[in-house]
Unconditional design. Structure first.
Lengths: 112, 119
């Protein structure tokens, strides 16, 4: 399974909005809604931010939102805050060879 | 409170074997798909394997297929990963994670156990 494509880095100033893309194929992102996003701070375990394309778990700020168009999923962060500086990973169900899951390579978000 | 705790990591020589365990508390283990996810030092996340709640189905990432085996003991609330024929590229922090809704939504994670494959 090939990793999903994410930009290596995205940056923004406090209060701004940013969007992280996650591009796959019709065998993963384009074909299924089992798409999730994770935030990871250094030395910490990943945290689920978005599941099933656009749903937020209880306790996750509504500044985080997810969407999908064709073979590309997106995570948007509005009202950027210093604590949002972290690595972000997308994940999708895939049937490229056998049923499995695949992560994106990750995006480093920097708050300027 | 949901809690997952991995153990069994350590140093192993190439070609060797290692068995990881994940003990869980705070939820009905037998109701959930469970996963192993790994992260090489300074790298991104890589999905390794998952297992159905009753243990009847297992799936693996291409890089570990045929070498790793995921299993579970619902009576002991325990998840395992048997790793054989280990390679240097298997060096990583291994996390166990709960799948919240059987669609890859990994909502609970342990802190990970480090496996180092080196001669």
């Amino acid at each position: 399974q090939s990793a999903l494509t994410q930009p290596a880095s995205v940056s923004g100033s406090p209060g701004q909005s940013i969007t992280i893309s996650c591009t796959g194929t019709s065998s993963d992102i384009g074909g299924y809604d089992s798409i999730s996003w994770y935030q990871q701070h250094p030395g910490k375990a990943p945290k689920l931010l978005i599941y099933d394309v656009r749903n937020r778990p209880s306790g996750v700020s509504d500044r985080f939102s997810g969407s999908k168009s064709g073979n590309t999923a997106s995570l948007s962060i509005s009202g950027l805050q210093a604590e949002d500086e972290a690595d972000y990973f997308c994940n999708s169900f895939t049937t490229s060879i056998t049923p499995a899951y695949v992560f994106g390579a990750g995006t480093k978000v920097t708050v300027l | 409170e949901v809690h997952l705790e991995e153990s069994g990591g350590g140093s192993v020589q190439p070609g060797g074997s290692q068995r990881l365990s994940c003990e869980v508390t705070g939820f009905t283990f037998s109701n959930y798909w469970m996963n192993w996810v790994r992260q090489a030092p300074g790298k991104g996340l890589e999905w390794v394997a998952n297992i159905k709640p009753d243990g009847s189905e297992t799936y693996y990432g291409d890089s570990v297929k045929g070498r790793f085996t995921i299993s579970r003991d619902n009576a002991k609330n325990s998840l395992s990963l048997q790793m054989n024929s280990l390679r240097a590229e298997d060096t990583a922090l291994y996390y166990c994670a709960r799948d919240y809704n059987a669609s890859g939504s990994l909502d609970s994670w342990g802190q990970g156990t480090l496996v180092t494959v080196s001669s």
